[in-house]
Design a binder for this molecule. Structure first.
Ligand code: GTP
Ligand code: MG
Length: 763
């Protein structure tokens, strides 16, 4: 650096430093040899003494009587220090002007005219304080002063071609530089050559790779796997093929554990030309979820075949024509979008399909559509002419210009074919519909689908946009037809439901299961109601405990009841009444009467055993055991008599309905008899006696046996009248009673009966 600059050194003298100077005797000469021994005096002297000019300044009259800057390049220094004051070589490179001053100056600024020796330099600030000399040292690197770009090559300042090529020109290359550059270029060329060669080799290797060739005999063909063909619906009526075909078979086989669809090609000879190899190489590289994979081929005549991945659900055509498959519009949009995706992929790989029809769009088991039977034009060329019928059917997919000129299909031809598939998707029918494929002109186009404008999910949600898409896909001018990328975007835009088929199926299943749940709940409710009705009926015919046992398949054991009361009632003169009435009237009368009785007995702890003609039989104390069986039956009987008195025979309103009632208490055996129509029956003498009480009774009177009388006496509150001893058939003489009333107030007084007959009361 050959430029002048200022350096500033800060010097602060501290008390310990003064002390050190005194201790070292550096203040001995101060103040004109008087010397200073006190640290404060030394500080005071140093800070207050005014120094004369540098040339006159000495340690006697000035504290800091010398301060300057030295510099010495380190290359000149042998002991690592620039000094003590003169380097070993004896030359001080820089020596600034001398400054003087007192201790309070602080910052000492020196001007250095320049540092001329490049490299590391030691800078020393040299102070002379009293009798001491002090040096503050620091190192710096001196670099050449350059001014690149001023147009002058200042070599004195260190500019040269390497530092400043702008001013001094670029340095001439050395020989080894030339060698290095040549070697690098050579290396790059070799590398490019190797890479290119490698890829070319790979390409060639792939071209001549024969791993895709399978021996037909090695393929395990699945003869039993059949598939409903899409062509059939068209063949049967419009084309008489001469066969009663109902199915078209796609032969399938197993190759390397994969099921493949075998597309046989009739060929008399086959030669694996480079052209075919190139076709195969192209299709082998196709890998897209909406493009069916080429698995391989068989090239031995007569078994020439193309093997494509087998898609289990058949072709799009099969699915669309199968009315059993419900297809919502979400599904249909998903099919169309899948085809557009697959075709976009093929077109991006420069593959024109040229045979895009609905039977060449196959569906995998996840309802995803894949485009198949693409490419391999030379490979699939058959020696047999295509069936005229099939040719005519497929003509509808070809743009008229193509049919007329027999030109090679283009990307636009595929878009045209796609428009026909869109029509098939919408109509789920043959694109010809009612038309005869033979008589339609070459430029005939299937009519646009007609949509119902309702929001039903089976109707197209956007009919206008859909028809517009079909129209532009089959524009007369091929240039106006959209690309498959644009078709895909349009479909996605107009499709309100963007779910994929798997999600759609899950949604459908959820909907279906919800519907099923509600149907099951409804049916369960019906079943419960029915069960309830059946149970009610069963419980009305049999005691609940008995019915429950029978329901669970248990046999019902006969049971004996020691204490119970049996009621029998009968209509007096029923035979005469019947003779005056029709059978229907009798049934009506009994139904009405027993309905009244049934309502009454509901209020008592009794069990209706049965009705036999005009006889009505009730028991208490069974099947539920109870101690007040007699009183329950007695109270019930009084109510029934009362009801009978007021009962009006529907068809003989003026004729009274007289009933006789008989009661008896005692031991009874109960059980279920019979398997069909099982009945709960009561057996024992008590039943017979109760029946006798009834038959020996009188109209509107309740005839009770002595045993019942005794039971009622225990309960109390009943009014009875002694009938006396009567002769009862099969029983002999019996003392019997008339039950005439019931007064609950009397119960508390005495547990007894009120006997009102024959002038005395029994309490
Ligand atoms: N399940 C299933 N069926 C297929 C598959 N490929 C073809 N098919 C069925 O076989 C029928 C005939 O198919 P191909 O022999 O390919 O005839 P095409 O598709 O009508 O016409 P080209 O392929 O153009 O000759 C189709 O309509 C489908 O029903 C497939 O991968 N899976
Ligand atoms: Mg096909």
């Amino acid at each position: 650096m050959s430029q002048g600059f200022n350096t500033t050194t800060e010097l602060i003298l501290t008390i310990p430093f003064y002390q050190w100077l005194i201790d070292q005797g550096f203040f001995g000469q101060v103040n004109f040899t008087q010397g200073i021994t006190n640290v404060n005096d030394a500080k005071d002297w140093c800070e207050t003494t005014t120094c004369p000019a540098p040339s006159a300044a000495t340690q006697e009259n000035c504290c800091i009587h010398h301060m300057n800057l030295h510099s010495c390049p380190l290359t000149d220094i042998t002991n690592g220090l620039c000094g003590p004051w003169i380097p070993a070589r004896g030359q001080i490179i820089t020596h600034s002007e001398v400054l003087v001053g007192n201790a309070l100056v602080g910052n000492w600024t020196n001007y250095v005219p320049g540092l001329y020796v490049l490299g590391q330099t030691s800078i020393i600030s040299h102070f002379k304080i009293a009798g001491a000399s002090i040096a503050l040292v620091f190192d710096l690197t001196v670099e050449p002063k350059t001014d690149c770009g001023n147009g002058v090559c200042e070599s004195d300042d260190g500019e040269d071609c390497s530092v400043c090529p702008k001013d001094c020109g670029t340095c001439p290359l050395e020989d080894w530089h030339y060698g290095l550059i040549t070697a690098s270029i050579l290396f790059i060329f070799i590398l490019i050559g190797v890479i290119y060669g490698f890829f070319a080799y790979q390409k060639r290797k792939f071209l001549y790779d024969s791993s895709w060739i399978y021996k037909y005999d090695d393929i395990k063909t699945n003869e039993n796997r059949l598939w409903m063909g899409s062509m059939i619906s068209r063949t049967d009526d419009k084309f008489d093929t001469g066969f009663n075909l109902t199915q078209v078979f796609v032969p399938t086989g197993d190759v390397d554990g994969k099921t493949v669809a075998i597309k046989r090609i009739e060929k008399k000879s086959f030669s694996l030309t480079k052209c075919i190899r190139e076709e195969v190489r192209t299709v082998r590289q196709m890998d897209h979820q909406n493009v069916c994979r080429f698995v391989g081929g068989c090239i031995e005549v007569p078994n020439v075949a193309i093997l494509m991945t087998y898609c289990a659900k058949g072709s799009l055509n099969d699915v669309l024509l199968n009315e059993e498959v419900p297809l919502s519009w979400s599904f249909r949009f998903s099919f169309a979008t899948d085809i557009s995706r697959g075709m976009k992929y093929l077109h991006s790989h420069k593959i024109i399909h040229g045979r895009l029809w609905s039977s060449n769009c196959v569906m995998d088991d996840r309802w995803s559509v894949k485009v198949t039977d693409y490419g391999l034009e030379t490979f699939r060329k058959s020696c047999v002419c295509e069936d005229e019928n099939i040719k005519k059917q497929k003509q509808v997919y070809l743009e008229p210009e193509l049919v007329k000129s027999q030109a090679i299909p283009t990307e636009h031809s595929d878009v045209y074919a796609f428009s026909v598939i869109l029509i098939e998707i919408a109509t789920r029918g043959d694109p010809f519909q009612e038309e005869d494929p033979y008589s339609v002109p070459i430029d005939w186009q299937p009519p646009l689908p007609v949509f119902e404008k309702t929001s039903d999910e089976n109707n197209c949600p956007c009919p206008d946009e859909y028809c517009k898409l079909i129209s532009i896909c089959r524009s007369h001018n091929p240039i106006e037809r959209p690309s498959f990328e644009s078709i895909k975007r349009r479909l996605q835009r107009i499709n309100p439901n963007k779910q994929n088929p798997v999600d759609l199926i899950i949604t459908m299943m959820e909907k279906y299961s919800k519907h099923l749940e509600s149907v099951v709940a409804e049916r369960t409710q019906d079943l419960m109601a029915e069960k309830h009705r059946t149970e009610t009926l069963l419980y009305s015919m049999l005691p609940r405990s008995v019915a429950d046992s029978l329901k669970t398949g248990l046999s019902v054991q006969a049971e004996s009841f020691d204490q119970c009361t049996i009621y029998f009632s009968d209509i007096v003169g029923f035979t005469v009444l019947c003779s005056k009435s029709s059978a229907l009237e009798v049934v009506g009368l009994l139904n009405r009467l027993y309905t009244v009785f049934d309502e009454i007995i509901e209020n008592f702890c009794v069990y209706k055993v049965e009705t036999i003609g005009d006889a009505y039989m009730v028991a208490s104390g069974l099947p539920k055991r109870t101690s007040n069986h007699a009183s329950e039956i007695a109270k019930m009987s009084l109510k029934i008599v009362e009801a009978a008195k007021h009962f009006k025979i529907p068809h003989l309103p003026n004729a009274p309905l007289k009933i006789r009632i008989g009661l008896h208490s005692g031991y009874v055996c109960a059980g279920v008899v019979g398997r069909t129509m099982p009945r709960y029956c009561l057996f024992g003498d008590t039943v017979n006696t109760a029946s006798r009480m009834e038959s020996n009774g009188e109209p509107y009177k309740i005839h009770i046996s002595d045993d019942t009388y005794s039971e009622l006496a225990i309960t109390g509150g009943f009014q009875v009248e002694e009938r006396g001893v009567i002769s009862v058939k099969g029983k002999g003489d019996m003392r019997t009673w008339w039950l005439t009333g019931y007064d609950p107030c009397k119960m508390d007084k005495k547990q007894s009966l009120t006997e009102i007959s024959k002038g005395y009361d029994m309490f």
